[in-house]
Ligand binder design. Structure first.
Ligand code: TPP
Ligand code: MG
Length: 653
């Protein structure tokens, strides 16, 4: 039997030594949660440290990411190759795998990036959803793992925490367990400064299985974890702990969180806990205990490999897990595009996206749509069945009005792998899930974020629902692509581009109002170039009209009107700046031309200086929108064919 108390103390001293070595860090979590973590690893966790990306491993999320040394110590002690002693000594140093807060490195055992309190637990819920969906598809022989999240007081104070608790309870995600570090201390000190409710009661009210224990009592932790596993509800284990336990000066104190450690603290702790070893020294017996504890996971992996090898659904399982497309993917894309092209009627681009996603329900059954209570206006459910406690094979999650948790769940699903999440709501509500989108960009998770109601074209719902600054704000975010397609063909082309993305999340800004068809050709994938010449005039260009989304149709009409007056206007459709950025300077120059340019986009001008020169012009919004019908608003704000024609004449005069 492993000595779990020694295993826990090894976590403590690795954390103290790494933090002393780095000169800073957060000791509160690793010292306070050492027994909880050691018991989980010793007696329950299913993981094979030599195969960190084994698909059927339990997922461990450190939602209180500031306590990163807890995770790094666990990964080191349990034998993850990339978490050797050098990595412990490089804690917080440039380029090390042991960054200040955990950053997704699954080959090293770090499942996701955490550090924004609350994000991690919502990601964990996404992981638990992915597990249930995969198990329903492929059976428990191939898919049967748990999700464990270490949770701090801060995670449970954040609004996203409550969204996550509520939805996980509703979905009855029984293989999910939160281990709450109930130390009653946050950065400011006693939690009584800012919170007075009964937190376990919130979980109970949401349908969770709830236990409260002494978080330093190994036998109690062990029993509680066993009970959590046996219960079919998601479980909270409220572990009453002493922050920074082991360092007499800081135990239970505000400074336990992250006050600078001293060598005196280390020797006091060593004396208090009977730790006789030098910095970064772990006795062989303790390493052996960790290694023998991990044998459970290693053996489970070996047995899994045998089941996988003879599994009837192995090929399809491998396809889902690798993110590969079906063999006839080219034909499927061609068919979807042809169906789009056959219909010339104006069509809202959100419905065009819905058309694509409906086709994907059969061709890419690994897609899972998450929508925040806007099923009818976004129309991405259609033939999909709801994912519920009774139907884990469903491919549509009714997330309710919980955008932030929904965004983080998509991150968790993408990080889990095997299932492709699709996030659906309105563009004006993107700000409610922006932290999750930023994390997707930072983690390089290729999540499509589908947004309808992308401009004043929303109409009389008014300015609250009319995003004017959101496009610019996402164009400013690194590693996220903003797509604003002009019509159904561009929407489909960008969908195929999005699905081939391996490391970039995508923002689809789609229209509620009908978008006129500007394209009828199939197979050119022109939108994937980011910007392209939609129509070139007969003679040399006098002016270049550059537009995005529904404003491309206005530019097309304006170019025709200008032709009647003898002015040669080219029209450039520019659905994605980031894709256009990747074109060669030559290709860009050919598209943009040397003639005066007018950009047209029903949004703020911010950022357009990238494509416009000093004497060029912009037609768009200069402030928030208003409440009226869409056509009235386009007139009112001067985003019209006539305004483009007038501006072109002015530029050329
Ligand atoms: C969204 C977010 N807000 C604020 C912070 C800054 N922060 C990091 S840890 C912390 C206190 C968290 O308290 P708790 O979760 O109880 O951690 P403990 O002090 O117990 O380690 C704060 C405010 C953060 N990382 N993320
Ligand atoms: Mg705390």
């Amino acid at each position: 039997m492993p000595n779990i108390q020694n295993m826990a103390n090894a976590i403590r001293f690795l954390a103290i030594d790494a933090i002393l070595n780095a000169g800073e860090g957060h000791q509160g979590v690793p010292l306070g949660m050492a027994e909880i973590a050691a018991t989980l690893y010793a007696n329950h966790l299913k993981a094979d440290p030599k195969a960190p990306k084994w698909h059927d491993r339990d997922r461990v999320v450190l939602s209180n990411g500031h306590g990163s040394m807890l995770l790094y110590s666990l990964l080191h002690l349990s034998g993850y190759l990339h978490m050797d002693l050098n990595a412990m000594q490089a804690f917080r140093k440039l380029g090390s795998v042991t960054a200040g807060h955990p950053e997704i490195e699954q080959h090293a055992g770090i499942e996701i990036t955490t550090g924004l309190l609350g994000q991690g637990i919502a990601c964990a819920i996404g992981m638990a959803v992915a597990e249930e969906r995969l198990a329903a598809q492929f059976g428990s022989d191939l898919v049967d793992h748990r999700t464990w999240a270490f949770v701090g007081d801060g995670c449970l104070q954040e609004g996203i925490g409550q969204e996550a608790i509520s939805l996980a309870g509703h979905l009855k995600l029984g293989k999910l367990t939160f281990l709450w570090d109930d130390n009653r201390i946050t950065d400011d000190g006693d939690t009584a400064l800012s919170i007075s409710e009964d937190i376990p009661a919130r979980f109970l009210a949401a349908g969770w299985h709830v236990q409260s224990i002494d978080g330093h009592d190994i036998a109690a932790i062990d029993l509680a974890i066993a009970a959590a596993k046996a219960d079919d509800r998601p479980s909270l284990i409220a572990c009453r702990t002493l922050i920074a336990r082991g360092i007499p000066r800081l135990e239970g104190q505000r400074g336990g969180h992250s006050a600078p450690l001293t060598h005196q603290d280390r020797s006091d702790a060593a004396q208090a806990l009977g730790w006789l070893y030098s910095a970064f020294e772990i006795p062989t017996e303790i390493y052996s205990d960790w290694t023998s504890a991990m044998a459970r996971g290693v053996n489970a992996h070996t047995a899994w490999k045998l089941r996988h090898a003879r599994g009837a659904q192995r090929d399809e399982y491998d396809r889902w897990m690798s993110g590969a497309f079906p063999d006839n993917w080219e034909e499927i894309q061609y068919q979807i595009l042809s169906d789009m092209a056959a219909n010339h009627d104006p069509h809202p681009t959100i419905l065009a996206s819905g058309d694509v996603v409906d086709a994907l329900a059969t061709h890419l059954p690994e897609t899972l749509v998450l929508c925040a209570d806007l099923e009818a206006p976004t129309n991405h459910k259609r033939s999909r069945k709801a994912f519920t406690p009774d139907n884990r094979a469903g491919s549509y999650v009714h997330c309710g009005v919980r955008e932030h948790a929904m965004g983080a769940m998509c991150d968790g699903i993408a990080a889990h792998g095997g299932v492709r999440p699709i996030n659906v709501t309105y563009l004006a509500f993107a700000d409610y899930e922006r932290p999750a989108m930023r994390m997707a960009a930072l983690m390089k998770l290729p999540v499509p974020f589908i947004f309808s109601h992308d401009s004043i074209g929303v109409g009389s719902n008014g300015p609250t629902h009319q995003p004017v600054e959101v496009l610019a704000s996402f164009r400013a975010m690194p590693n996220i692509y903003v797509y604003r397609p002009a019509d159904a063909i561009e929407t489909a082309e960008l969908w195929f581009e999005a699905l081939s993305s391996a490391s970039t999340p995508l923002v689809f800004a789609l229209s509620r109002q009908a978008a006129h068809r500007v394209r009828s050709d199939v197979g050119s994938q022109r939108a994937a170039r980011g910007a392209y010449v939609l129509s070139e005039p007969d003679g040399p260009r006098d002016v270049t009209l550059i537009a995005t989304g529904t404003e491309v149709a206005l530019a097309v009409q304006a170019a025709e009107n200008l032709r009647a007056t003898g002015i040669h206007a080219a029209v450039v459709s520019m659905p994605c700046w980031e894709l256009f950025d990747q074109q060669s300077p030559d290709a860009q120059a050919k598209v943009l031309g040397t003639a005066p340019r007018i950009a047209i986009e029903a949004a703020m001008e911010f950022g357009w200086g990238k494509w416009l020169r000093r004497k060029d012009a912009f037609i768009g919004m200069t402030g928030f929108g208003a409440s009226a019908r869409s056509e009235v608003l386009y007139d009112h704000f001067g985003i019209t064919v006539q305004a483009i024609v007038d501006k072109a004449k002015l530029l050329l005069s």
